[in-house]
Design a protein around this ligand. Structure first.
Ligand code: UFG
Length: 331
């Protein structure tokens, strides 16, 4: 298939691009490089430097290629930032997705995979969280993904676009070959920050809150390896051939507290990783752990990196060998 990957220069998009190419698909990456890295894009992918807010450029893109499917990763992704700067999220994420979907409908593309989020589950009633849990976005960021999921529902009704929303829990780890990995600037995610402490780039980790309703008082998250996420994308793209749209929650099914992540990183890196406690971060919830049985049953997906230690090892392999990421930090 010929697949358009928006945000294919970003962390998850670059790993999925890699898998698509390994499986013999053709990939066009469309990325504005605001957060992504040109060096993260697989050399066999066609790279287009473009923005989803530029409708003319999108029209040109769809006029130049006939896509069998679209995978949409390009978006702002930070829960905390979206509560400080809601307009950035509402404008860019929602307008970008709207422009993309309009182009997809005009070009009669039939398959669409949305990079969605566990941030649709604020105060979940049942842990682990399955797809029947009520959708209550936990932040403005989560709201933008909720809107995207709703838009897709209408796209199916109006244009027969078959879609799969993959609601990721905490994407983490890096390609085991160590040539691509997580490189955000500024970094806000737990595992890379912990590893930056191990590298001596930070003095300590600040844990955001110690009074959550969890056994050790720190938030519990479900860390899923980026290549396990990638496999799910490929399976979902193929599964849409049956003409049925779907949504899946995607996690490894095990929850780890912030302190457990730190302990694991201490064991993997051999570094003491000093820590301090700070205030809670706006938008964080106590526990987010996925029930991924639906995608396991329907598509036969199963995570290969189902131990936090393996996830942290692959991340450490990337960070240790690329202490400044892709080396193109602009700010
Ligand atoms: N944390 C700290 N200190 C830090 C960084 C993080 O204590 O310096 C804590 C957070 O408060 C949270 C946990 O570590 O409890 C994980 O935080 P991350 O920032 O790594 O990830 P989030 O859970 O906030 O968000 C991630 C993605 C979102 C996605 C969400 C889904 O960034 O896009 O997972 O669960 F929506």
């Amino acid at each position: 298939m010929k697949v358009l990957v928006t945000g294919g220069a970003g962390y998850i998009g670059s790993h999925v691009t890699e898998l698509l190419i390994e499986r013999g698909h053709q990939v066009v990456v469309y990325d504005n490089l605001v957060a992504g890295h040109r060096a993260a894009v697989h050399p066999h992918a066609t790279f287009v430097h473009g923005d989803l807010l530029d409708q003319e450029q999108l029209t040109d893109l769809f006029a130049s290629h006939t896509f069998d499917g679209v995978m949409h990763f390009a978006s702002h992704i930070l829960v905390g930032e979206s509560m400080q700067n809601p307009w950035k999220y509402l404008r860019d994420n929602v307008a970008g997705t709207t422009n993309l979907l309009e182009a997809v409908a005009s070009a009669h593309v039939r398959r669409f995979i949305l990079s969605s989020t566990a941030n649709l589950f604020d105060k979940p009633q049942h842990i682990p969280i399955n797809e029947d849990e009520p959708l209550i976005p936990g932040s403005v960021y989560g709201e933008t993904k909720f809107i995207a999921e709703r838009m897709l529902m209408w796209m199916d009704k109006l244009y027969e676009l078959k879609y799969c929303c993959l609601r990721y829990f905490n994407a983490s780890g890096a390609h085991p070959k160590g040539h691509i990995g997580e490189d955000h600037y500024p970094e806000t995610h737990l595992i890379p920050i912990v590893l930056q402490v191990a590298l001596g780039q930070r003095d300590h980790l600040t844990i955001y809150g110690s009074d959550y309703n969890t056994p050790d008082g720190t938030c519990i998250r479900d860390y899923i390896h980026v290549l396990d996420l990638g496999e799910a994308h490929i399976m979902a793209l193929e599964a849409l051939a049956d003409g049925r749209s779907r949504v899946y929650n995607l996690g490894s099914g095990s929850g780890y507290s912030v302190l457990e992540v730190v302990e694991t990183a201490r064991a993997v890196t051999g570094h003491p990783i000093p820590l301090q406690y700070g205030q809670r971060r706006s938008g964080d919830v106590d526990v987010l752990v996925a029930d991924s049985s639906r995608i396991k049953q329907e598509l036969g997906w199963s995570p290969k990196y189902d131990h936090l230690q393996r996830i942290v090892e692959t991340a450490w392999n990337w960070h240790k060998n690329h202490p400044y990421g892709f080396g193109d930090r602009k700010k």
